[in-house]
Structure formats: C-alpha cells, structure tokens
Design a protein around this ligand. Structure first.
Ligand code: ZN
Ligand code: ZN
Length: 396
C-alpha cells in the first residue's frame, strides 16, 4: 500500500456518530448501515461492498469497550502535542485491521503521511507537527509517520578506579510518558475529550482578509482539535507525566572525565513502532588520591630518599589491581619518570597503557644526632671524591 493510498480511518465518522456516542447509538447506527450496505442487498456494487467492510471494521472496534478505549486513547495521543493531529486518518498498516485483530500497535505501525498533499501541511507541519488535509470535509489527515524517540542526556559521577576499570551503574532517568491516570487522553477518568466545535477537530481555522485567506491555529483548542472539559488532575490535561525508570549501564573500562557514552535505544520510546532514541551519559570522574591519568597512561609519584636514588633500589608501588615492584637504577635523577609497561588504563581495543612512576626525593625535616653526624661526614667524603653539585651550572 503506498502512502497516498491509505484510507482514513475515522471510525466514528464511518458510522456517522459522534465520538461520545453511547454503545446503543453505535449499535443502532451500525445495524442500519449494515442493512443498507450488505452485499446481498447490493449485488455487484463494489462501492457498497467497500463501505460495508469499513463500517464493519469500525463497528468491530467501537462496539468493544476495551478496543474503543484503546482507539480513543490513540486518537488522543495523536491529538496531543507532538503526536500529530488526530482528526482521523489512521493508517493501520498492511493488513492491520483486515486480520480481525485490533492492536494499538496497528495504529502506531502505519507508515507515511499526507503532509504535502494540501500544501497547508508543509506550512504548518513544522509548527504543529501535523499535516492538514487540503480539501473540504473537515477531516484532517495526520502526519502519523513513525517518529523516532527523542535522545535523552544524563550524567553520572564515577570513582577514578571505577572509570578506569569499568563498572556497572544504575541510572535513574526521568522522561515524559503518557499519563497513567488518564492513559494520555488528558481528560479526567470517566470523561473524554470532545471534538472542538469551532474547527471541527482540524485544529485550524480559516480567516479571510481582503483577497487572501489565512489559516491559523484554532484558539479554542490551541490547535489540538479537541477540547477537554474536565482535565485529568494528575497531568492537568497534558496527557503526559514524568516517569522515572532505572536502567543499568555498563560503563566500559577507560572512560575519562567529560566523556559521553552513547547507549543506543535507551532514550525515549519511539512513536508508532519507530525505534527509541539514544541515551547519552556524560561521565564525571572523581580524582584519585594516588593516581593521575594521561590518556591511556596512569601516573603516580613515588617518594624516595636521596640515598635510594644514588644507590638504586626497588620500590613497591600500587597499580589499579595490585602492586608492582619498580626498579630504580643507581644514579637516578630526582624527578625522573620510570615506565612500567601495560599497567595503565585498559584500552578499548585490548591491552592497556603504561604506569608512569615519577620519583621524588623526600627531604627529612629533622634528623637525630647520629644521622646528622653521619651526613656531615658523608658530605665531606663526597666533596673529597670530587662531586660538585653546581659544576657545569650556568649560574656558577
Ligand atoms: Zn492524566
Ligand atoms: Zn479548535
């Protein structure tokens, strides 16, 4: 079925009843139409046969309270902001109703839109997210094309080690979803929205000014096409409330502060069978007391004594997952960076960066007498051996 071939499905219109018709009125209307249009009464009349099918479809939905409720809700969803206008014209998708089943997904599953047929849809489509039929009749064709759900952004703060090693965190997300009290209709339970009498449900009124005709959104219904007399107390007639959900997110190893993680399909639900939006999580990483980070390399400062640098030693330093011995060669200068391969931040492609250990001499603030004496003796011996710390210094 091509986009232009889809049939408008206003079941109330099909039966010639109002959208708040009682079950009795629907039954009566259907019986009369079924009698008039029955193929036995109209042999060879294909138009009557088509109408008979449509009327039967309409009756199948509207005569079942549960199905009618679903249908009304779907209409209301389309009519409410962002879902497009629901004056009629649902595309059930290929075979949707023909198989006898009625599923709200059939309503959402239809493809295609009539915007552009009338021109008006192109003009107002961006403003009201809907298309308007270009002809008379008052019924509006909807832009009920599937619409991908919105992307959602959120933020999470991780400890340094969680971020570098990877972690699974629960995320609480709040996003708009149909109000559960009124099922998105915006009307107080037990009541339903009525078609706006001023614009006949199109949401658009025409105004003539001189030689020009203007179309503008209907003031009475604010362009929605329907009027809610008793708004739902929970959502105040919006049909939408904020829903909080918790999802578990696996944060890969090696994320850094400020990085955005994309979780495909975890954003807002799509409309009419369209895919969900994505969730973008901005990661904040708390600094660590021991480690720093430079890309995939982990940095660490290890305090050493002057003697350790002169004679050389092996010091035990922490890694992300344990400890490692780092050999300091004899004669190592203060501030030198020693590289321990593969003990840094895990890389997405496998392997890991390096651990960069900076040696920093810790100078004793106080020495006892034997140590002071020994140091004096040492300095004299050092001088005698010919060591001059300022030899070759530009400031000498
Ligand atoms: Zn509500
Ligand atoms: Zn109106």
């Amino acid at each position: 079925m091509s986009q232009r071939e889809w049939i408008e499905k206003d079941f109330y219109k099909e039966l010639g009843v109002s959208s708040n018709a009682s079950a009795d009125e629907i039954k009566k209307a259907y019986r009369k139409l079924a009698r008039d249009l029955h193929p036995d009464a109209n042999p060879g009349d294909t138009k009557a046969e088509e109408r008979f099918k449509s009327v039967s479809e309409a009756h199948a939905v509207l005569s079942d309270p549960a199905k009618r409720k679903e249908y009304d809700e779907a209409r209301r969803l389309f009519a409410s902001g962002g879902f497009g206008q629901g004056g009629g014209g649902f595309n059930p998708g290929a075979g949707g109703f023909g198989q006898g089943g009625f599923d709200i997904n059939d309503l959402f599953g239809g493809g295609g839109a009539a915007a552009g047929d009338g021109g008006l849809g192109d003009i107002f489509g961006g403003l009201f997210n809907r298309g308007a039929g270009g002809g008379g009749g008052g019924a509006t064709r909807t832009t009920n094309r599937p619409r991908r759900g919105s992307d959602v952004e959120t933020e999470t703060t991780l400890e340094f080690r969680e971020a570098t090693l990877g972690v699974t965190v629960p995320l609480r997300l709040t996003s708009p979803s149909p109000c559960t009290t009124c099922h998105g209709s915006g009307a107080k339970p037990g009541t339903s929205p009525r078609v706006c009498p001023r614009c006949n449900g199109t949401g658009i009124v025409s105004r003539n000014q001189g030689a020009f005709g203007f179309s503008e959104p209907c003031d009475d219904c604010r362009g929605t096409g329907s009027i809610i007399d008793s708004p739902c107390e929970v959502c105040h007639g919006n049909g939408v409330t904020n829903r909080t959900r918790t999802i578990t997110v696996r944060v890969p190893a090696g994320v850094s502060d400020g990085q955005k993680i994309r979780l495909a399909g975890q954003g807002e639900a799509g409309l009419r069978g369209a895919p969900s939006g994505d969730l973008f999580v901005t990661v904040r990483v708390r600094p660590d007391k021991v480690f720093g980070r430079n890309g995939d390399d982990l940095t660490l400062v290890v305090p050493v004594s002057y003697g350790e640098l002169v004679l050389g030693t092996t010091v035990s330093v922490p890694t992300l997952e344990g400890r490692v011995g780092v050999k300091i060669p004899a004669g190592t200068a203060d501030g030198r960076i020693l590289r321990v391969r593969g003990r840094g931040v895990p890389k997405r492609a496998g392997g890991a960066g390096d651990l960069l250990v900076t040696v920093k001499v810790a100078v004793p603030q106080k020495l006892d007498d034997p140590a002071t004496e020994a140091l004096k003796t040492y300095l004299e011996a050092e001088k005698a051996s010919g060591f001059d710390p300022r030899a070759g210094w530009a400031g000498a």
